[in-house]
Design a protein around this ligand. Structure first.
Ligand SMILES: Cc1cc2nc3c(=O)[nH]c(=O)nc-3n(C[C@H](O)[C@H](O)[C@H](O)COP(=O)(O)OP(=O)(O)OC[C@H]3O[C@@H](n4cnc5c(N)ncnc54)[C@H](O)[C@@H]3O)c2cc1C
Length: 203
């Protein structure tokens, strides 16, 4: 996954709330799965431009492999099938359809959630705070959490002070809002988010 802050606009306002409301930030995200981009685009007060699967041919399509799947295989009809092998087969099936003249917009129906994508998104500061509170929390799925943490690191590096207190609710509010679904490690999580950029500062 590659995350780049490609544009930002911060008007000269002293009030933090007003500044969050009127500032905007544009990120380029490359190499996330379609499963992850689907979660990202659920956030409504934002603009998105995503690589098209209707017009871009997915030859040798890139894909994301979750750690939990690495090294696993499944026997199907007596044959051992790894994740990598399955992706290669799906890729060949897709390419075979396109070669037979099936439109890319239809051939893509066989592509999996794992298929990697590129997306540009723009949010104002207020929405970014909302997004980061939800998606840096350990309850969020690992890939969108990795994305949210990368976004937060960039914001803390590029926009001095404005996002220092932003993180999951246990860090932002000082208490967990997840009830029974809480990870139960608020101190550890708060420590992590209070020192998020220290590693790279000390490098
Ligand atoms: C841990 C986790 C698990 C999830 N699991 C599921 C799941 O199983 N199934 C599922 O479908 N989704 C799931 N979601 C996605 C979730 O339901 C929301 O779609 C997602 O969080 C984005 O919506 P939002 O309300 O947070 O805010 P955003 O869309 O980011 O909007 C921010 C805020 O703007 C305001 N706003 C935005 N649009 C409107 C509007 N039209 N009218 C009025 N106010 C508006 C609201 O105050 C909103 O809270 C999950 C999200 C998380 C974080």
């Amino acid at each position: 996954m590659r995350v780049v802050l490609i544009a930002k606009n911060l008007p000269p306002l002293n009030d933090e709330k007003e500044l969050l409301k009127h500032s905007f930030f544009t990120f380029l995200v490359d190499g996330i799965s379609r499963a992850c981009s689907h979660q990202l685009v659920r956030h409504r007060p934002a603009s998105y431009s995503q690589q098209s699967q209707r017009y871009v041919a997915m030859v040798n399509f890139p894909y994301v492999t979750p750690d939990s799947v690495k090294g696993k295989s499944v026997y199907i009809e007596g044959k051992r099938l790894s994740y990598e092998k399955l992706m290669a087969l799906v890729g060949k099936f897709y390419e075979g359809l396109v070669e037979q003249g099936v439109p890319k917009e239809d051939a893509r129906f066989v592509l999996p959630n794992a298929c990697a994508t590129r997306i540009v998104f723009t949010m104002n500061g207020e929405e970014l705070v909302h997004f980061l509170r939800l998606r840096t929390c350990s309850r969020a799925q690992w890939e969108i959490r990795d994305l949210a943490v990368s976004v937060l690191k960039l914001l803390r590096r590029e926009v001095s002070g404005l996002f220092d207190r932003v993180g999951p609710n246990c860090y932002y509010l000082g208490y967990c809002t997840e009830g029974k679904k809480s990870c139960g490690r608020p101190d550890e999580v708060r420590r992590y988010f209070s020192t998020l950029n220290e590693e790279e500062e000390n490098a």
